[in-house]
Design a protein around this ligand. Structure first.
Ligand code: SAJ
Length: 467
């Protein structure tokens, strides 16, 4: 065994290892806390002074990390933070948890990963373990990160150790947290894998070892591509149901009663967030370099990207039914975050819906209890920014020619909407559980007569067998 491997394994084994976490966002900060919880002296490194000062003061900026827990580890001296990248020299292991966005042409932007790797290179020494956590295309660890680190003249698997272990953080998930979510890991060499599993095996409840760093990279993009494609199928089903005059929600709820071989996804106004719309493009980009066209990904992305336009056509049809044009109408958008009960606007389809309505001459206002303001970040292309969330009052609802439910936050009073709004286009199926005078159109509209109560398949009672 190399002396370097001896050293890292022994320091992990007796908890004397110092572990660095580069990037203290929704992935890095929870990871740093779990490392500290396991007794490792943990050094968070971030480019943001505000983030670093906050962590050092024991103030958490991440919803899944309580300031009380963070403050305790900071107080014990187990967790600290710095903007000084040269302090990575103190670390025996370094986890890189930086963003991997797409650029304007939907190609991977590895600039944050490369910057982090160059910082690690400056202080790379024998015995260090480096683990990349950022979601990326298969081959990044070996073909991008490794060459940078090898500029040190050190040999991977001998002097230093390199793994990929994808983050699987689901912010706000009440059940699955950093520690108890099974953690996939793959090494560039067998010795790398040994070092990586020694560290992560002491922090995570379950390790999922795969054959290589590439396999680990692929697991993550596959997980989210699977999700994106199935959401697209649900969106295509909604459009098919609309043509057939069938309520898509009833179809999906009935299909979801199948106890095997089915996984429920729901249609919506489009695809938001910083994972699902992006991760599949990492895979399709990589496969294009290998002369392979990932047709499923391209087609599914197209279907999801069309949903905001489909929703705005639904609004136009609904207004038309009331002898109104979109142009000059006042439209209230309910919910602008990219998914329910969070405050994140990244890639939110609501921004596309608002932009399309404005382009057609509508006056758009919105209400979102989680997003008090839509600021002008130079990308949204919306008019009249900043827009501020309007209070959801009967007057506001009555003043709208149409209300569009884009994001179905749980705290919104949909009964009030059904009572006061003249017309609602519901892209989330949330109005199905309330009754009122409002005319409600869904993503697909059943041509059957209005039922008193919607059929509720989710609680279908077993048929009582005659004795
Ligand atoms: N969406 C639908 N229909 C669905 C599910 C989602 O239209 O059936 C939409 C959402 O409204 C949202 C977008 O897709 O706009 C993404 O939603 P998401 O539930 O996938 O949430 P994300 O983007 O926060 O995805 C994260 C991912 N976690 C990681 O990458 C570690 C994803 O793998 C998780 O499955 C997901 O959280 C989750 O389950 O919450």
């Amino acid at each position: 065994m190399s002396a370097a491997k001896d050293q890292i394994l022994s320091r992990i084994g007796d908890n004397t290892a110092v572990v660095g976490v580069v990037g203290l966002g929704y992935v890095g900060l929870p990871l740093a806390v779990e490392l500290a919880r396991n007794g490792y002296r943990t050094l968070g490194v971030d480019v943001s002074e505000r983030v670093v000062d906050g962590v050092c003061a024991g103030h958490s900026h991440v919803q899944d990390v309580s300031s009380e827990v963070l403050g305790a580890f900071v107080g014990e001296g187990l967790l600290s933070a710095t903007t000084d990248l040269s302090r990575l020299a103190e670390c025996d292991a370094i986890s890189i948890c930086v963003p991997t966005p797409l650029n304007k042409t939907k190609e991977p932007d590895l600039s944050y990963v490369v910057s982090a790797a160059q910082a690690v290179l400056k202080t790379l020494r024998p015995g260090q373990l480096v683990i990349l956590e950022s979601t990326t295309y298969p081959g990044t660890t070996r073909d991008v990160l490794l060459p940078i680190l090898e500029q040190s003249g050190l040999a991977v698997g001998e002097d230093f150790f390199l793994c990929f272990s994808p983050e699987r953080v689901d912010p706000g998930n009440p059940v699955w947290h950093t520690r108890n979510t099974p953690k996939v890991i793959g090494g560039v060499t067998a010795a790398c894998m040994e070092a990586g599993t020694a560290l992560y095996g002491s922090v995570f409840d379950t390790l999922v070892k795969v054959e290589s760093a590439e396999a680990a990279e692929l697991v993550k993009v596959y997980e989210n591509t699977f999700r994106m494609i199935n959401i697209a199928l649900a969106n295509e089903l909604a459009q098919a149901c609309d043509k057939l005059g069938v309520d898509v929600w009833g179809v999906i709820e009935a299909a979801a009663t199948k106890p095997f071989g089915f996984m429920k996804f729901t249609p919506g106004p489009g695809l938001g967030g910083h994972c699902i719309p992006l991760d599949p493009h990492y895979l399709s980009w990589k496969m294009r370099t290998l002369e392979y066209k990932t047709r499923m990904i391209e087609l599914a992305s197209e279907i999801n990207a069309e949903m905001p336009e489909y929703v705005v056509r639904k609004v136009a049809d609904a207004l038309n039914g009331a002898r109104k044009a979109v142009n000059g109408s006042r439209v209230l958008v309910l919910g602008v975050a990219y998914k329910r009960d969070i405050d994140d606007l990244r890639e939110s389809p609501a921004l596309d819906v608002i932009g399309l309505l404005q382009t057609r001459g509508a006056e758009v206002v919105y209400h979102d209890p989680f997003c008090p303001e839509i600021r002008d970040d130079g990308h949204t292309g919306l008019a009249g920014l900043p827009m501020r969330s309007a209070a959801l009052t009967p007057e506001l609802l009555r003043s709208a020619d149409a209300v569009v439910v884009v994001t179905d936050h749980s705290s919104v009073n949909y009964a009030l909407v059904a009572r006061e709004a003249p017309l609602v286009v519901d892209t989330r199926g949330v109005m199905r559980s309330v009754r009122g005078p409002a005319r409600v159109l869904g993503l697909s509209t059943s041509s059957r007569e209005e039922r008193e109560e919607p059929l509720d398949f989710a609680h279908a009672e077993p048929i009582a067998r005659r004795a």
